[in-house]
Write a protein that binds this ligand. Sequence first.
Ligand code: IPM
Ligand code: MN
Length: 372
Amino acid sequence: MKLNIAVLPGDGIGPEVTEQAVKALQAIGTEFNHTFTFKYADVGAVAIDKTGNPLPEETLDLCESTDAILFGSIGDPKYDNDPTAKIRPEQGLLRLRKTLGLFANIRPVKAYDKLLEQSPLKTNIIAGTDISIYRELTGGIYFGEKTLSEDGDTASDLCTYSRLEIERITHLAFKAAQLRKNKVTLVDKANVLESSRLWRKVVTEIGDEYPDVDLDFLFVDNAAMQLILNPNQFDVILTENMFGDIISDEASVIGGSIGLLASASIGDKYALFEPIHGSYPQAKGKGIANPIASILSAAMLLDHFELKEEADMIRKAVERSIELNITTPDLNQDNKQISTKLVGEFIEDFIHHPNDSNINYKNIHLGQSTII
Ligand code: IPM
Ligand code: MN
């Protein structure tokens, strides 16, 4: 298969983790005879620095003319600490999502057996967790009208949803559940919000079209609690934009590190793949950022093009790196020396030589002097 992939490394740790995902994809291309071509463009704070625009026209053009987008992360403390900044890095990502119509954000959450101890939650509670969060990504309070009064003392953000916006992601969530454990949980705040009541109505109607899937409902406050009390009760979680943003960060605690959580943002025409973690500016350039979320996002990219064996190969490589403790310091109590790049090299090597002995991997890599 030939795929043109737009790579938008962005800010903070974005470039270093994305580089490892590109390496994994290149290795897959070589081993499975695919031609993946990577074309780079700026987004976020780096794009503001260069052009004054967090999503320059040429970046958007590139995204519209390629088959898929691999996204790093955006954000910079100089904007976070300045509430008056009119131009912000996040606008680049939000505009990209909206312009490309990436309405469904899929965030898998999994507890790896080897990492159960890494989570602050009790291992018997989180063991076996396997959740797929379907977060609506182009509506709700993120994109509603925003106002700030002239005196600067009153502000508002409107949360709007239309039936159509709810319907299209809901169908995807039910279809995903049919391939999993046949359960959809709608997370909303229907006891308070009109928009949530519309979600309940529309999702209930659509649920009738999927009689093999159980549908249940949770208010978001309760869902936040249930997620860490008993994550195994969930299969597919369907929710609106902001609730999905918040509960997916919360859910990442189950896996032991937010550095593990990948995502796919899908629309009718375009698809973007990005780790859910942010730009983690404190770690920038230090080689300590976990590249697994970005590498697993690359696996989701392959899934999207129905390259299942290839995607599984990446996931297998990631699992092996976790089993062998070839992981960055966020996951590794024993060895704080394993860098972003080393994890990426291990995964790349595994894809090329999946049958070599594990000991060899360890020796090859840990014997290198350029560990960091
Ligand atoms: C995410 C991020 C973004 C969001 C930010 C960077 C705008 O937190 O992808 O979860 O809130 O959607
Ligand atoms: Mn978020």
